[in-house]
Structures are given as structure tokens and as C-alpha cells.
Design a protein around this ligand. Structure first.
Ligand code: AMP
Ligand code: ZN
Length: 130
């Protein structure tokens, strides 16, 4: 059972922002900021690592269209595109989706902090990745 597949199949109601043959974008039920939208492929895949290239391209292009729509209609100051891949990264629904989150300034409800880790040797990391 997958809640997003049920939404795509119209078994669960949703607020559709954008739809095409391969993707669906709906308002997130928890609006972290006004207009927070999630974009998903109609084809079930658990996450970005398991998705085929075509599906990733379709979702990415749909997310770009949704971002443009939100920028035009909400008057937001910026937009975050966010994909959580895996439980450790905060993924709670195992159907690939991209959050498109309009930003209205420092007072809005989303906080993302990049805190540099100390003692990471870039050469060691590069060697690990090659
Ligand atoms: P993630 O934590 O990245 O897996 O995001 C899953 C998102 O799906 C959360 O932000 C939820 O608020 C959202 N969500 C869960 N159920 C629904 C639903 N029925 N309609 C709209 N959004 C939902
Ligand atoms: Zn699914």
C-alpha cells in the first residue's frame, strides 16, 4: 500500500496544483509555508536512487514548472526544492517526491542550516568517492 499511489488513483482526495501524463503535484497536507507542494511521478518508485532516468527527468521538469508557478502566483522571495531519500534523510513516504517550498523570508517556518563538520579531509573524501 502506498498513500501517494492512492492519491494518483483518486482513492484519496488531494489538492492538485499541476498534472501531466507522468507526474502529479499536490499541496502538501502539512503546509510548511503557504503553497508548499510535492511533485511525484505517477509510476511508483521508492526514491531517487531506485527511479529510472526518464522518471527523474519527468519529476525534475515538473518541479521546475511548479516552482515557476509558485514564484508567479505567491510572490515568494525564494524557493527550496528538497528531496528526502531514505529514512535517515527524513523520508516518510516511500514514493519518490520533490518538495517545492516557497520562501517568504527569515520569519517563515522552514529552517535549513548547513553546519560544516570539522576534521573532514577533502582528499580522503575524494579518495573514498573514486
Ligand atoms: P517526506 O517526509 O519527504 O517523505 O514527505 C512526505 C510528505 O507527504 C510530508 O510533508 C507530508 O505532510 C505529506 N503528505 C502525507 N500524506 C499526505 C496527503 N494525504 N496529502 C498531501 N500530503 C501528504
Ligand atoms: Zn506509490
Amino acid at each position: 500500500m502506498c498513500i501517494f499511489c492512492d492519491i494518483i488513483d483518486h482513492k484519496i482526495p488531494s489538492s492538485v496544483v499541476y498534472e501531466d501524463d507522468h507526474t502529479l503535484a499536490i499541496l502538501d497536507i502539512s503546509q510548511v509555508t503557504r503553497g508548499h507542494t510535492i511533485v511525484m511521478p505517477k509510476k511508483h518508485c521508492a526514491n531517487i536512487l531506485e527511479a529510472d532516468e526518464e522518471t527523474v527527468q519527468q519529476v525534475t521538469m515538473a518541479a521546475k514548472k511548479v516552482a515557476a508557478l509558485l514564484a508567479e502566483k505567491t510572490g515568494c522571495a525564494g524557493i527550496n526544492l528538497l528531496n528526502n531519500c531514505g529514512e535517515a534523510a527524513g523520508q516518510t513516504v516511500n514514493h519518490l517526491h520533490v518538495h517545492v517550498i516557497p520562501r517568504y523570508g527569515e520569519a517563515d517556518a522552514l529552517e535549513i542550516h548547513f553546519k560544516p563538520s570539522e576534521n573532514v579531509d577533502l582528499n580522503e573524501v575524494l579518495a573514498q568517492l573514486k
